[in-house]
Structure formats: C-alpha cells, structure tokens
Design a binder for this molecule. Sequence first.
Ligand code: PLP
Length: 355
Amino acid sequence: MEKWPITLTAVKKTKPSADRLGFGKYFTDHMLLMDYSAGQGWHDPRIVPYGPISLDPSAMVFHYGQEVFEGMKAYRTPQGELVLFRPDMNLRRLNQSCSRIGIPQVDPEEVLEGICRLLLLEEEWMPEGEGNSMYIRPFIIATEAGLGVRAAQEYRLIVILSPVGAYYPEGIHPVRIYVEDRYVRAVRGGTGEAKTSGNYAAGIKAQEDVKSQGYSQVLWLDGIEKRYIEEVGSMNVFFKIDGKVVTPELNGSILAGVTRDSVLRLLREWGVSVNERRISVEELFEAHREGRLEEAFGTGTAAVISPIGSMTWEGRDIVIAGGETGELSAKLYDTLTGIQRGEREDSFGWRYPVH
Ligand SMILES: *Cc1c(COP(=O)(O)O)cnc(C)c1O
C-alpha cells in the first residue's frame, strides 16, 4: 500500500519569480496531512491539494492553544540534489514539544518520509537563485470540538512548504537589539523549551513596541530575575568575549536550536573555547566597557547567523564589533550555509538527501 497517497491539485498556481519571494508569503500546490484520534492513534497520512481547512469553532486549539510546530529548509546542491539539514533533530524536537504540550508523539521516520514525498512532488517549486530555499513548516493542532479544559483526543498534523528568498538579499548585516526589561517570553517550568505558538503570542507585543523605535528584535532576559540572557527574538544567542565564545545554557526556558547545536559543534571542531553557561546582561555590558566584548550573534534556521551590531539596555547603548559583521560570525555563516547548500564538505554528515 502507498504510505502517503497523493491527491493531485486540479489547478496549479502561478509560481512567484525568484527575486521577490521574501519569507513565508507563497505556498506550494500541495500539503501533507495526518490525523490522530484517541482510539486509532495517528492514521490516514496523505498528500492533498493546498487549501483552507475546515474546523469546528470549538476546536480546542482555538481556545487553549495546544499547538506545536517546526521550521526547517530544503536546499538544492550545485549537483542538483535536494537536501535537508539535520531533519532528525527537527523531528526529535517536534516530539519533545508534543510531550510538553500534551500532544501525542508522531513516528519521526514516517513523517520524514512524508516530507520527502511532498518535497519531491513540489520539486518545480524549489526556487532557483543564490540563497533561496524551500521552507518547511510542520505543525500539529488540537482539532477536537469542545470547551472542556483537558488534553484533546483529536489532532491534525499538517506540513506546508513555502519557497523563500535569501534572509539577507544584500548580504549578511548586523541588526539593532533592544534588551527587553518589562516583558518576558518564558519562565523555567513553562513552555519556553517547546516550539509552540503560545511562546510567540507572549512575545509579539514586546517585539512590536521596539520595532517602531527602529530595533529589529528584542533580547529576552530570564523570567525571574530579568538578569540572565535567554534568546534574541526567535533565535539562540552567542557572544565572543576575550576570544572565548559563550551561549546561555539550556535551562528549561530556552529553545534548543538545531543551528545552536551546529554552531557549538563547529566551534569545538575549530578549537575555539566555547562555554554554555548563565550570562548576565551586566556581565555583557561590563565586558563591553572593558573592550572585551568582540562579537554577538543570533542563530536560527531562517537567518542561520544574524550578527548583532548594537544593543540597548536601560537607556544605555553599546555598539558591538564596530557595528560590522565580526570575523567569527562571518566564518560561521559561510561554513554553515556552505554545508547546507552542498557547496562545502559535510564532515559531520548533516546533509540528508531527499529521496
Ligand atoms: C525555532 C527557534 C529557535 C531556532 O532554532 P533552529 O532549530 O536553530 O531554527 C530559537 N528560538 C526559538 C524561540 C525558536 O522558536
């Protein structure tokens, strides 16, 4: 039996030109679905035409937010092969998020196989052009109808694909960051380490407030003392101080990024000293005052490496690396994107051929 039966769309959409893709604006012709019910477990995996879904207005996701998601990219190598970057990490994290939000886990191999099927079906949507890729958004929602507060008994997994442009169409460049001192994103014991919509809902107001003042992201501090650095926007964050690299340790309220893990492994391979530990914002500003803060950057699938050019905290502004992209940030960006796109040797075995 065909594991992921395909229903083809009757009408194919017009594809956008590769130079105006942006991020998450266009979606391909098909999507992947799979349903869960308490009696049957996960069942009915299928690929169908992309389009609206119909849910009861009382579907539990609308009221209590039981949702988890993932974000990954597919690239085309110079040899023409379609590849994913460490998809096993994303699927493992999807199940960890499910576990925290009370959603039944999926079979990671089955879902990865479905994603490969969908990617191959939509191969003509794979955008040409330097830096472009196919963004993959798997997510799971509670679909059971009813307003009782408990774990739902019915869910749907959906995977949609979006051809996306280069994050930095004009080349990698540093961003302005505001250290958020009023709102918090997550607390220990909360859901910060799960990739779930509620964490984003909690962070949107802070981001909107500072965006109007010209900042591109907020830097999140811990939810208890508002002292220790957690993440930047929806990225993990790294600092180079005195030639050594530090990043906040995974403490329960930080999302364990695949890019974060890849950066740590590359740095260790290169013999750079790296430490996962608590970092206070005072320590950072003091290191800057003493001229020891050399670089700062965020890491995540969308941007890969996002250099931080300046930071504002309690009315104080600091400029990092002269507001330019630091040497290590640039090297990490080139190496990681090179591996992802199949332009560099993959000594860690991170590329996964879509088949
Ligand atoms: C997805 C995400 C990241 C980055 O994870 P990657 O696997 O590197 O893309 C970091 N922080 C938050 C809050 C996230 O949701």
